[in-house]
Each structure stands twice: as structure tokens, then as C-alpha cells.
Design a protein around this ligand. Structure first.
Ligand SMILES: *Cc1c(COP(=O)(O)O)cnc(C)c1O
Length: 407
């Protein structure tokens, strides 16, 4: 069990560069920031580790069979929160195991639950890197505030997660296009049926080796979307801008309708003017020639309807740095998409998120009409350039402060 005999990691220095809860307030657009109390937290220094016995270790699946979220590593992280015991308890790494919950646990009735999705990548130098984890921590705390669940110090969780990854490091795939998906989860576990703040909670983190989210042909042909204005994913004053489980269950039926029509994802519209908000669980980007005749990259603004994606933020930052075309956060309507298409000014439409990174869109079905998009018809589309740059950072081809080596 060579991979279990690991030296204790030293995170000093690198970790000090990251300051969750400070830097990204504009990214998250939360006003209740100050109610995250970084001192009321569990601590990495209290972490206890119980390793799996040799007979508990699972065989590692073949990289070609990975899919998304089907296999899990040998260990997990758990931290309980009990108001009556003073709040957060000590974090523990344990063998991967089932949870035991009271049947009245709030998570099971009122979906008091939130999650994060981030990835660790094995670089060309063999080092494992996590991409902008401090942003996931801030977003997780923002979701916790909206759910009445306890907040914590993001840096402490990053350190615990890094230790977990280090223990299960043999599970980080060696093939590019594959990675280790990290799923932090926070659930309310009070065994009482009142719709109220949960005085007890459980934070846990599981790891899953994943292949590429979309199949190869989807990357070369682009994904197809169903845009049905009868359905909406998020609304003003709601919590579509938080990664809460309750946002996703109602999308499954609509996704099924898309699948039955032979389409791959749902294009989520909002409002009388049918604004494009998201594609499946991805943020959406439009690249076009605008009314002034200039090239412009557009994504909807963080107005409460949009999940503040870390990929979205990274793409906006890179594109602004390149300074080769206009970059805007503004509303996009279906009318505008149709007009741009009819005037041959729509160049590319693509989704962005941790699971797929960047995903070209080549078709939309809207009001029983078919719209073919020329996203894949260009020799050097910007979605490919963006994807290449992000991968170079994630897989360590270039040194970049966004990629955070765990050893
Ligand atoms: C997670 C998610 C995204 C993408 O966010 P990333 O931080 O880039 O992974 C976009 N939209 C929705 C609805 C999501 O759940």
C-alpha cells in the first residue's frame, strides 16, 4: 500500500497567497458576506485520519470506462456540526462508507443541501493541481448562508481536501481529458420536521475519477439544446445563483424531454423577452459581430438568475486580458440570437463549467423551429482557444496562480 504511506504535506507559502472570503465578493455579489464568520470553523490541524484496511481498497476502473461520477475513491472527509456541542466538530478522513441518517433529517424532506464541484488534475510533471479552490469555498459559504446552514473557514476545508486527495492520489487519472472530480456537500441533519434552521449539519467530501463530461463526438459536433419557454430554472429573488440541490431536481423532467427529442441539454430561458440564462448546468457565452461591426464575447450578467461559475469568471478574465475583442456581461435574448443568425453575425455559442470546461453548441430547437449554429465552422474558434488556455493552466503546461499544486 505504497500510496497510503504519505508524508504530511506542507501547505505554507502557497496557501497564504489565497484569501477566501475576501477577494471574490464581487464575483459572488453577496451582501451578507460579513456574516461568514471564518473564526467559527473546524481546523485542518485537528484532522483525524483513519485509513482503509487493505481489503477495503477498491480496484481502479479503466480510464475509458470512467464516465461522470460513477466511481468513488477509497476515502472521504466528514465534519459534523452540532450547535449544542459548540458548533463544528473535528474533521475526519475515513474509509468511503454509507451515511446513517435519521428518517426525519431535514435534508431528506426540505432539501436543506448544497454542494460544490471542483477538479484536481494530474499535470504533465506528475504534480496534482486544483483549479481556483478558494472560489469554490466562497461560493459554498454563500450557498450555506442562503440555506441556513453553518459557514466555515474555506482555507481550512481546502487543506483538509488536499490531504484527502493526497491520500487517494493514485485515483487521479494519468490521462489528460480525465481528472478527479471533488464533490464537497453540506446537508442539514436535524432529526425534526419543522421547516427551520438546522442546528446540526454534516459536511462531507467525496472524490470521483472522471473522464471527459461529453463524449468525443459532442466536442467535434457540438451539443444540441432544447429551448422551451414554458420552463424556467431560476427567477429574481430565488436561489438559482447558489449551488443548492433544490435547484436541480426540477430540471430532470425537462432534461428528459430534451433527451426524448434527441437533444442533449436544456437551454434555460427566462422572462417575456426569453433571455438565455444557462445551458444545462453550464454558463453560456455568445461570440458575435455586434451592431457596431465589432467582435464581442457576451455572457449574461450575475443578476441572481445565473450561477456564478468559476469557469465563467476565468473565461471573462482571460478574454479581457487578451484584449482582442469586446467582452461584455449583458442580457442575451432569443430574438437577438435569431437576428444575429439571420444576418450571419452569430459566430459561436458555447457552454462553460467545471465538468466540461468549454462545450460548443451547434443546434437549438426553439418553438418547433431548428436553428443551426456555425460554432464549429471556424478554423480557429475562440472556444477552442479558451479551452486550450484553461487546460494548459490546469495540466501544468504553464505556471499560473489559478492552478494550485497540492504537494
Ligand atoms: C456548477 C454550475 C455552473 C458552472 O460553474 P463552475 O464553477 O464553472 O463549475 C454553471 N451553471 C450551473 C447551473 C451550475 O450548477
Amino acid at each position: 500500500m505504497v500510496h497510503l504511506r504519505r508524508k504530511i504535506l506542507s501547505f505554507s507559502g502557497l496557501l497564504n497567497q489565497l484569501q477566501p472570503n475576501v477577494r471574490w465578493s464581487s464575483f459572488l455579489k453577496i451582501r451578507d458576506k460579513e456574516t461568514v464568520q471564518p473564526d467559527r470553523t473546524f481546523k485542518y490541524s485537528d484532522l483525524s485520519v483513519r485509513l482503509a484496511a487493505p481489503h477495503q481498497l477498491q480496484p481502479k476502473p479503466n480510464v475509458s470506462e470512467l464516465g461522470f461520477g460513477k466511481y468513488f475513491t477509497d476515502h472521504m472527509l466528514k465534519v459534523f456540526y452540532y450547535e449544542a456541542l459548540g458548533g463544528w466538530q473535528i474533521p475526519e478522513i475515513t474509509p468511503f462508507e454509507n451515511l446513517v441518517l435519521h428518517p426525519a433529517a431535514k435534508v431528506l424532506h426540505y432539501a436543506v443541501e448544497l454542494f460544490e464541484g471542483m477538479k484536481a488534475y494530474r499535470g504533465i510533471d506528475g504534480k496534482i493541481r486544483v483549479f481556483r479552490p478558494e472560489m469554490n469555498m466562497d461560493r459554498m459559504n454563500a450557498s450555506a448562508l442562503r440555506s441556513g446552514l453553518p459557514t466555515f473557514n474555506g482555507m481550512e476545508l481546502i487543506k483538509c481536501i488536499n490531504r484527502l486527495i493526497s491520500i487517494d492520489q493514485e485515483w487521479v487519472p494519468h490521462l489528460e481529458a480525465s481528472s478527479l472530480y471533488i464533490r464537497p456537500t453540506l446537508i442539514g441533519i436535524d432529526p425534526t420536521l419543522g421547516v427551520a434552521t438546522s442546528d446540526s449539519a454534516m459536511l462531507y467530501v467525496i472524490l470521483s475519477p472522471v473522464g471527459s463530461y461529453f463524449k468525443h463526438h459532442e466536442m467535434n459536433q457540438g451539443v444540441s439544446l432544447l429551448a422551451d419557454p414554458r420552463y424556467t430554472r431560476a427567477w429574481p429573488g430565488g436561489c438559482g445563483d447558489r449551488k443548492m440541490g433544490s435547484n436541480y431536481a426540477p430540471t430532470i423532467h425537462v432534461q428528459k424531454e430534451a433527451t426524448e427529442k434527441g437533444l442533449q441539454q436544456v437551454l434555460w430561458l427566462y422572462g417575456e423577452d426569453r433571455q438565455l440564462t444557462e445551458a444545462g448546468t453550464m454558463n453560456i457565452f455568445l461570440f458575435c459581430i455586434n451592431d457596431q461591426g465589432d467582435k464581442e464575447l457576451i455572457t449574461p450578467p450575475l443578476n441572481g438568475l445565473i450561477l456564478p461559475g468559476i469557469t465563467r469568471n476565468s473565461i471573462l478574465t482571460l478574454a479581457k486580458e487578451w484584449n482582442q475583442f469586446k467582452v461584455s456581461e449583458r442580457k442575451i435574448t432569443m430574438a437577438e440570437v435569431c437576428q444575429l443568425l439571420s444576418e450571419n453575425r452569430l459566430l459561436e455559442l458555447f457552454g462553460a463549467g467545471t465538468a466540461c470546461i468549454v462545450s460548443p453548441i451547434s443546434f437549438i430547437e426553439y418553438m418547433d423551429q431548428s436553428f443551426y449554429l456555425p460554432t464549429l465552422d471556424h478554423t480557429e474558434p475562440i472556444f477552442r482557444t479558451l479551452l486550450k488556455h484553461l487546460k494548459e493552466i490546469q495540466y501544468g503546461y504553464v505556471d499560473h496562480p489559478w492552478a494550485f499544486p497540492i504537494e
